[in-house]
Design a protein around this ligand. Structure first.
Ligand code: ZN
Length: 199
């Protein structure tokens, strides 16, 4: 039985495609949006459209940014000889929030997952290897998650980088297994960073 008009159903359906939004939340959001003042809805939709149109990958570290080089890569205050490898931009943001890490990043855009059919060529490993060959890098800190996929990726990276003679380290465990870095508090992140071990 159809309870709502087509337009409402379509809005609910679109919202329910967003991560973490089940059908109940989608209904709640849909009715909230419908009851919002028109100008507010216009601002919301144009903000989404322009974010999607203007955001791209930094050409050095592949984080999401609206410039060719992200603010971290273009900063002279950062230590460009230390690269922290993270799975995504949210993980980068988690480390940035601590305000203690002075190096730069490399954002893989995922992790190796044989179960999901994601292999080394599906994440930005080649781009990292290219950076290592072109830039003067002293240390690569692998800060992928402690999930099975994150550990697999860390092992793969270790084997890939070690022969180059560049120091490769892995952040200490203590980061909860399977925990997304973005949900971990700053103290734990800093402890994981300080306690990193050579691979
Ligand atoms: Zn960058």
């Amino acid at each position: 039985m159809e309870y709502y008009s087509n337009h409402i159903n379509r809005l609910i359906e679109q919202l329910s495609h967003l991560p973490g939004i089940g059908s109940k939340s989608a209904q709640r959001l849909a009715f909230h949006i419908i009851n919002m003042p028109k100008e507010q809805v216009d601002t919301l939709t144009s903000t989404i459209t322009s974010a999607r149109a203007n955001i791209r990958f930094c050409k050095s570290c592949y984080t999401l940014t609206d410039q060719e080089l992200c603010p971290i890569c273009s900063s002279e205050k950062r230590d460009h000889s230390t690269i922290m490898v993270v799975e995504n931009t949210r993980d980068l943001a988690a480390y940035e929030k601590t305000g203690k890490y002075q190096g730069v990043y490399h954002v893989l855009g995922g992790a190796i997952s044989p179960m999901m059919g994601i292999g080394p060529d599906d994440i930005r490993l080649k781009e990292l290897v290219m950076r290592l060959s072109k830039e003067d890098i002293k240390e690569v800190i692998i800060a992928t998650n402690s999930s099975l996929e994150g550990e697999t990726t860390a092992m793969y990276l270790g084997k890939l980088i070690k022969p180059t003679g560049i120091r490769v380290t892995r952040i200490a465990s203590g980061v909860p297994v399977g925990g997304d870095l973005e949900y971990i508090d700053e103290v734990t992140l800093l402890r994981a960073l300080d306690g990193r071990v050579d691979l």
